[in-house]
Design a protein around this ligand. Structure first.
Ligand SMILES: C[S@@+](CC[C@H](N)C(=O)[O-])C[C@H]1O[C@@H](n2cnc3c(N)ncnc32)[C@H](O)[C@@H]1O
Length: 196
């Protein structure tokens, strides 16, 4: 993650209070989120790497290597140490399905898990259901190196925005929030009939 991306994440975290990150690895982006939000961060990861990406690191160093690094890097931030970070060690889609049953929506969802096209599609679909109205859906690695991310975002988030990208070092994408006016247009207040 490059400096411009870190600045963007920090700025967004500073104005969102219920953040979930899907794909944390050793906690580089998680650190930015927890340090800048006035609220809480939930990190969701298997800590196993993705097929063909980082799974070799786990195979070499052991099942809990990545999580141990994460815990070391974020020790002070865990809720049991008085911080604002909680973790879910689970598959992304399983976690999303569980959260739908008992978690209030999140106002910022940052997707940075498996970068293969089918996985990104599934993540966007599953986690979009947990996005609060006017919440921020965003993700990492919208770059030709990760063409699956680009393809999935283009197909499922047709109005996507990306950071200015002059050297493939600013690769965050996001879905623009609907404005309050648009939300009102879609959902008339209770009791108000259409055309009123
Ligand atoms: C690119 S790394 C995340 C990098 C991190 N956000 C950062 O900035 O340092 C991708 C992470 O997604 C996790 N991951 C991959 N597939 C997953 C899945 N199906 N469910 C949960 N986590 C997954 C991997 O274990 C890995 O930690």
């Amino acid at each position: 993650m490059h400096a411009g991306e870190i600045d963007w994440l920090a700025e967004q975290a500073s104005c969102h209070k219920r953040i979930v990150e899907i794909g944390s690895w050793t906690g580089r982006s998680t650190r930015v989120l927890v340090d800048n939000t006035p609220g809480t961060v939930r990190a969701v990861d298997t800590w196993l790497g993705s097929p063909g990406d980082l799974d070799d690191v786990v195979a070499k160093n052991g099942r809990w290597w990545a999580f141990d690094q994460f815990r070391h890097n974020l020790d002070d931030a865990f809720e049991w140490n008085g911080g604002n970070l909680s973790v879910t060690c689970a598959d992304s889609l399983k976690a999303a399905a569980d959260f739908l049953l008992y978690q209030p929506p999140f106002d910022m969802i940052f997707i940075d898990a498996c970068h293969a096209y089918p996985a990104v599609c599934e993540d966007i679909k599953a986690w979009s259901k947990l996005l609060a109205p006017e919440g921020l859906l965003c993700g990492h690695d919208f770059t030709p190196r990760w063409s699956g991310v680009m393809q999935a975002v283009k197909e499922l988030v047709p109005d996507y925005c990306t950071m200015e990208n002059w050297n493939a070092e600013r690769t965050i994408w996001w879905k623009p929030s609907p404005t309050p006016a648009l939300i009102l247009a879609q959902e008339p207040p209770p009791g108000m009939e259409e055309g009123e």
